[in-house]
Write a protein that binds this ligand. Structure first.
Ligand SMILES: Cc1cc2nc3c(=O)[nH]c(=O)nc-3n(C[C@H](O)[C@H](O)[C@H](O)COP(=O)(O)OP(=O)(O)OC[C@H]3O[C@@H](n4cnc5c(N)ncnc54)[C@H](O)[C@@H]3O)c2cc1C
Length: 394
């Protein structure tokens, strides 16, 4: 079993072989992946060493101390947080070898083609159709929406209906879609912040080889659950230093600008600071629980708390700054590849955090998940459970 001492030794070996000061960023990241120090709990040959997941922190600390470059999980969040664990669990050996390395190094960006105009919270109602056309593969037609990073992505995880004659959860199949293929059209959608971080994606006669199917035909809903459970942990349970999230900028303003302080704001800031710290430490505990297996429905609770807290903190920040907090003067159309919460002004944080309670599952739906799957309360009534998808009212 690889222990902390062994990982430290291997990390030092990597640093000697590829000194960060003289090695290019990509070369360093590739070498780190090949040394099994990318995600240490992954299998050997796929960026890991089958080590306990908790020991990743040992490697990260050594590399940070040596000034080694990181792989910037914000830019490649969908790949790292959602596509990778799904490929690891359901992919063939060939798929794992093809996709995981450039995904981890960030050479290939991923997006998630799940939501549709008529299928968001009720994702299993989706209508994008994948028809088997020959032995080699499928042809996909349909429309997706709110697809973050589609404009930067090389690959997409895609769910599509392959059997309309069975109830909605059973007729879905999971694919990897090549975003550069003919028939994939990406159109920007502007957000409340003015920028277009997400897109509409039109799929017209897109050919997908059967070798790019993840999991069994018709089993896409189960595969998608792996993605969705990981998504909530990825969004809600990001590893952060103290004051590393939304609370950071407002706490700094508080320290630097005593003229803005009032007693009431002081009390509210303190309460939110404590909550932010509790959320950060709960995320740490959740990550430690993950060492024991797949993320469970508890990730839904983390994501719920993350959204509520971000909105409360950014609201307080705007209030603290008064008229200055309302200034938002850059409506230039941008197509960012990064969501940079802390690097921009308070107005941006306030507007962007509105999406936190929608993206990755709305807060209302996450409350349902916590009620049903964590607390064991009765499930919502479902009248469509045994009805073929093609017979559902739309
Ligand atoms: C910033 C951002 C980025 C996104 N990125 C992506 C992406 O990359 N890929 C992707 O596939 N999708 C993405 N999405 C889409 C997101 O996952 C969906 O918007 C979300 O699942 C909600 O679906 P909907 O918009 O269709 O709303 P609806 O499902 O129509 O919901 C409308 C309202 O009804 C409520 N509601 C619905 N069902 C229930 C219920 N059973 N009980 C109680 N209330 C209910 C909802 O909570 C909500 O308030 C993104 C969204 C945002 C805002």
């Amino acid at each position: 079993m690889t222990d902390a001492a062994e990982l430290r030794r291997r990390t030092q070996e990597l640093l000697v072989a590829q000194p960060p000061a003289t090695t290019g960023r990509l070369d360093f990241l590739r070498a780190r992946f090949d040394a099994g120090l990318a995600w240490v709990h992954y299998p050997e040959g796929l960026g890991g060493l089958n080590a306990p997941r908790s020991l990743q922190a040992v490697v990260d600390a050594e590399l940070e101390a040596a000034g080694a470059p990181g792989n910037d999980p914000r830019r490649i969040g969908i790949g790292l947080g959602m596509a990778a664990p799904t490929i690891l669990q359901y992919g063939t050996e060939e798929q794992k070898r093809r996709f995981l390395r450039p995904l981890w190094t960030g050479e290939e960006v991923w997006c998630q083609l799940f939501s549709e105009p008529g299928a968001g919270s009720d994702l299993a109602a989706l209508g994008t159709r994948a028809a088997r056309v020959d032995e080699d593969g499928w042809v996909v037609d349909g429309q997706k929406v709110w697809t973050s990073s589609a404009h930067a992505a090389r690959w997409a995880i895609l769910i599509a209906r392959t059997d309309p004659d069975v109830p909605k959860h059973r007729g879905i199949t999971y694919f990897v879609c090549d975003m550069t293929d003919p028939g994939v059209e990406v159109r920007p959608l502007r957000q409340i912040t003015g920028e277009a971080e997400f897109n509409e994606v039109f799929l017209t006669g897109v050919r997908i080889p059967d070798a790019h199917r993840l999991g069994e035909t018709g089993d896409g809903w189960r595969v998608a659950q792996t993605t969705l459970n990981n998504e909530r942990v990825a969004i809600g349970g990001m590893r952060l230093p103290r004051e590393g999230g939304m609370i950071g900028p407002v706490a700094r303003t508080w320290r630097e600008r005593p003229e803005l302080r009032t007693h009431d704001l002081h009390q509210r800031l303190l309460a939110l600071w404590v909550e932010a710290e509790v959320a950060r430490l709960t995320g740490e505990r959740l990550r430690q629980q993950l060492v024991a297996g797949q993320p469970g429905p508890e990730g839904a609770g983390m994501k719920l708390g993350f959204a509520r807290l971000n909105q409360q903190i950014s609201g307080l920040e705007v209030e603290l700054l008064g008229a200055e907090g309302l200034l938002y003067d850059d409506w230039t159309m941008r197509r960012p590849e990064l969501v940079d919460f802390t690097g921009r002004e308070a107005g941006y944080r306030y507007l962007r955090s509105k999406g936190n309670s929608i993206e990755g599952g709305t807060s209302e739906v996450l409350l349902n998940i916590v009620a049903e799957r964590v607390l064991g309360l009765p499930a919502e009534p479902r009248t469509d459970k045994d009805v073929a998808w093609k017979d559902l009212a739309r």
